[in-house]
Ligand binder design. Structure first.
Ligand SMILES: NC(=O)c1ccc[n+]([C@@H]2O[C@H](COP(=O)([O-])OP(=O)(O)OC[C@H]3O[C@@H](n4cnc5c(N)ncnc54)[C@H](OP(=O)(O)O)[C@@H]3O)[C@@H](O)[C@H]2O)c1
Length: 308
């Protein structure tokens, strides 16, 4: 079991790494899709690459969540299922719907993305499976840890104490005199009232909004190659009225929502990484559209309407 302090340090270091890499990502165009170019080493089929590089996110979160302590908590099932739906689509449906037959993706991109998904899947899966919790899980633990709530190992002792806990997710538990410090440090807490907490409501609303924007705009891009078309054309769906990359904006909104609704460092790190990955890619796409299409709509920005 990893101590919560160590786990949080790892998540913080992961966030710092994303921020440190931002200038590099602003400079170097990720060499896949329209920015593919020679000189990035061997490459593999684009759809297979997407499947392989995204797979760890789903495998790790599922394995860690189901092997952990929290699979009986409804609230964490909600977090897990949202993640699962997103990645099920990204791995098993999205790549095979794209009109990229015959296109290649460099193995380097696949390996780097896999590494990102391994760390990201581990951090979020470990949080959901082992770090997050609720008063119920606290009570369950207390029954197996002697003197956990300053009493003997009597059944139910933890339930009474847990009922008095502050209603803050991830809060420490100062009221529990004599609680085992290590156990206290390990578990974050989601209370039954978390479902009506503004963070949950705002977060899940943003997640759903972002998911829909991402899906609708990816769908539009895929359909731009209807028929026998294989090149690029200007997207004209209303979501593209103000920005060139609403699919990326949707993805950023989605994971920002997830970070707000789960209120934990691993999800925050994913939101930061998503922005650090996709804002530079949106800027590169936007510039590319301007270079390729002289009639490209001038009022469009890259990823944030009227701003960026
Ligand atoms: N969370 C993260 O960190 C992260 C990172 C990367 C991607 N993603 C998500 O993964 C998805 C795909 O990313 P991506 O970078 O491949 O997106 P993209 O560059 O916008 O491409 C999406 C798909 O549409 C095609 N396409 C794009 N613009 C087109 C146009 N003007 N005309 C015709 N076809 C066009 C692309 O073909 P080509 O491949 O031939 O260009 C590709 O198949 C997005 O939903 C994105 O949000 C998430």
């Amino acid at each position: 079991m990893i101590l919560k302090e160590h786990f949080n340090s790892l998540a913080l270091a992961w966030i710092v790494l994303a921020i440190v890499l931002l200038p590099l990502l602003l400079k170097v165009r990720a060499p896949y899709g329209r920015h593919a170019s020679a000189g990035w080493g061997p490459s593999i089929d684009n759809r297979l690459g997407w499947f392989i590089m995204e797979l760890p996110s789903l495998v790790l979160i599922t394995a860690l969540f189901l092997s952990g302590n929290n699979w009986e908590l409804n609230i964490i099932w909600i977090f897990f299922l949202l993640w699962f739906i997103h990645y099920f689509n990204r791995i098993f449906i999205y790549p095979f719907r794209t009109r990229t037959k015959g296109k290649k993706i460099p193995l380097l991109v696949v390996f780097l993305a896999m590494f990102f998904n391994l760390v990201n899947g581990f951090l979020n899966g470990y949080w959901l499976g082992y770090m997050a919790g609720s008063p119920t899980s606290l009570a369950r633990i207390s029954r197996s840890v002697p003197c956990f709530v300053g009493q003997s190992t009597e059944q139910g002792a933890g339930v009474a104490a847990a009922a008095d806990l502050p209603q803050i997710a991830g809060a420490d538990l100062p009221q529990i005199a004599g609680a085992d410090l290590q156990i206290r440090a390990i578990f974050g807490y989601y209370y039954d009232t978390w479902l009506t907490d503004p963070r949950f409501i705002i977060g899940i609303s943003l997640f759903i909004l972002g998911f829909v924007i991402n899906q609708v705009s990816d769908n539009h891009l895929i359909h731009l190659r209807n028929g026998k078309k294989s090149g690029y054309s200007i997207p004209h769906h209303p979501l593209f009225s103000y920005i060139s990359c609403p699919n990326f904006a949707g993805e950023i909104i989605e994971w920002t929502g997830f970070a707000i609704m789960t209120w934990c460092l691993p999800a925050l790190s994913f939101a930061v990484w998503t922005a650090v990955n996709l804002i530079p890619r949106a800027l590169h796409h936007h510039r590319w559209y301007g270079e390729q299409f002289p009639n490209y709509p001038a009022k469009r920005k890259a990823v944030i309407p009227f701003i960026l």
